[in-house]
Ligand binder design. Structure first.
Ligand code: PAF
Length: 282
């Protein structure tokens, strides 16, 4: 496995990998790799000859009061995991390598980030698009894999790929969960033992709403409000919980046949922000 810390080296290595007409799949990450990432790497192997993993804690996608400084960083562990999974190249640049000049440009996102995580994390998706755009230009992968847990991120990146004409196929991989249903996340390490026991409550609330919807509740507002109160009673602070259009990422009050919806939530448990979602093909 090769490790590139500079853009130049990454480009050289990618050139070598591609030399015999081989294909490349990129798994972009911020490190602290868990089973969710490993599953993305394994799926990536099905799509292309070589898997490239990028590891970069992107300062541009953290707000001033967010956890950039404390975000888990486990470089040695991450490299070992990548090696064990047969990754061909790890691109692990420094902050200066990625952002070495004053920036005069930024990417603007229209209504796709006005709700869900975009509403509570101003600048987050602009920061994500900036780094993903750079990674796509450096690695030029044939495929790029992202997890469904960050479904708004996936939809916004898909829009960028379409509108900026990146020649890349995107794959959204299903959410990996712990045995009790909690969606895997690098941030789960922030949970105390007690919070960890409470945390799967978010997924259970989503599952409950999903079942009611499948059983015929097509205007789920009251149902969702009730689940919010239940979660609050268990100690969660609600950021949002709702039903959104998969296409527009706007909240939907009345479900209509033939559409795809995202039943999604973001909640706080102590200092940990948890997100989760279920896709509902209606
Ligand atoms: O999903 C993530 O881990 C990050 O947002 C990504 C896509 C690696 C960009 O920094």
């Amino acid at each position: 496995m090769n490790i590139a810390k500079t853009i130049d080296n990454a480009r050289k290595e990618i050139g070598r990998l591609r030399s015999a007409g081989k294909t490349v799949a990129l798994v972009p990450t911020m490190g602290a790799l868990h089973e969710g990432h490993i599953s993305l790497i394994r799926q990536a192997r099905d799509y292309a000859d070589y898997v490239v993993v990028s590891i970069f804690v992107n300062p541009e996608q953290f707000g001033p009061n967010e956890d950039f400084d404390t975000y888990p960083r486990e470089p040695e562990d991450d490299l070992k995991k990548c090696r064990d999974e047969g990754v061909a190249l790890v691109f692990a640049p420094s902050g200066n390598e990625m952002y070495n000049e004053q920036k005069f440009l930024s990417i603007n996102i229209s209504s796709l980030n006005s709700q869900m995580c975009g509403a509570s994390r101003p600048g987050f998706f602009e920061g994500v698009l900036l780094i993903v755009n750079k990674l796509f230009n450096i690695i030029r992968p044939d495929f790029a894999l992202f997890g469904q847990k960050d479904i708004q991120q996936f939809q916004i990146i898909s829009t960028m790929v379409r509108e900026f004409n990146h020649n890349i196929n995107l794959v959204m991989a299903p959410i990996e969960r712990a045995n009790d249903g909690l969606a895997l996340s690098s941030r789960n390490t922030y949970l105390t033992d007690e919070e960890r026991l409470t945390a799967p409550g978010l997924y259970r609330a989503l599952q409950y709403i999903e079942k009611q919807v499948i059983d015929g509740v097509h205007t789920p507002k009251l149902l969702i409000e009730h689940q919010k109160s239940e979660l609050e009673a268990k100690g969660f602070r609600i950021d949002y919980l709702g039903m959104f259009s998969f296409k527009t990422l706007q909240q939907i009050n009345t479900l209509q046949k033939g559409n795809i919806y995202i039943l999604a939530g973001a909640v706080w448990l102590g200092k940990t922000r948890l997100i989760d979602n279920i896709l509902i093909e209606f």
